[in-house]
Design a protein around this ligand. Structure first.
Ligand SMILES: Nc1nc2c(ncn2[C@@H]2O[C@H](COP(=O)(O)OP(=O)(O)OP(=O)(O)O)[C@@H](O)[C@H]2O)c(=O)[nH]1
Ligand SMILES: [Mg+2]
Length: 195
């Protein structure tokens, strides 16, 4: 891990890295940040009053904020977005200065992947930074499913798709590490191009 840390440190001004967790309504974004954060997560959840209330009682209206220390020299600041598109003005605000992002989708709901298409479009337009797709509530993933996800989201082969469980710390860590490796590869590639 320290090799990755050192490479990130060399390529960035400091040791604080901003990561955004985005994705459709109820994908598990707030849960993921709460699972991994070492500080009490600052969340802005409000009761739902419209028809989506049948799916859960609270939704993120502005952001979640959490922090995880990967090692002494590398601290990730995690910003979760709202999932409901009426709060999509927050995406750009939260995306400012991010080094990468996690697009979280719910593997158990087919609409989740469809909703993710528009969110990913907006994020791709906003910043050309690495991202990983986290497939939440997935019990593994076969090749056909991965292919379907890659096709639907039009993913380049180097974008990791990682099945995960947002309630499980090790699983969330694996998603964030996949993103960190993607960030390091991109930073190294950019540095090589400049050399
Ligand atoms: N069993 C299980 N439940 C999960 C998992 N992730 C999230 N949940 C539950 O799913 C519901 C939605 O999770 P949230 O974390 O609120 O989802 P969100 O993406 O932040 O939702 P919005 O902010 O409304 O877009 C909550 O009731 C969670 O407890 C998971 O990996 N496994
Ligand atoms: Mg939320």
């Amino acid at each position: 891990m320290s090799a990755t840390t050192n490479r990130i440190r060399r390529r960035t001004a400091g040791t604080a890295v901003k990561i955004v967790v985005t994705g459709p309504f109820a994908a598990g974004k707030t849960t993921l940040i709460r699972t991994i954060s070492e500080i009490t997560v600052l969340s802005t959840e409000k009761g739902i009053t419209d028809e989506t209330r049948s799916r859960k009682t609270d939704t993120t209206v502005a952001m979640d904020f959490g922090r995880i220390t990967i090692d002494r020299d590398l601290v990730l600041y995690l910003f979760g977005t709202p999932g409901q598109d009426r709060f999509d003005f927050m995406w750009e605000i939260l995306g400012e200065g991010m080094l990468g992002y996690v697009l979280l989708v719910d593997a158990t709901r087919p609409d989740s992947l469809d909703e993710a298409i528009g969110i990913l479009d907006a994020f791709r337009r906003m910043a050309r930074v690495p991202f990983v797709v986290g497939l939440n509530r997935a019990e593994g993933m076969d090749e056909a499913e991965e292919e379907r996800i890659r096709k639907t989201l039009d993913l380049d082969p180097d974008v990791p798709v990682v099945p995960c469980d947002a309630t499980d710390r090790e699983s969330v860590k694996a998603v964030l590490l996949a993103l960190l490796y993607a960030v390091v590869d991109t930073l190294d590639g950019a540095a090589a191009a400049q050399a």
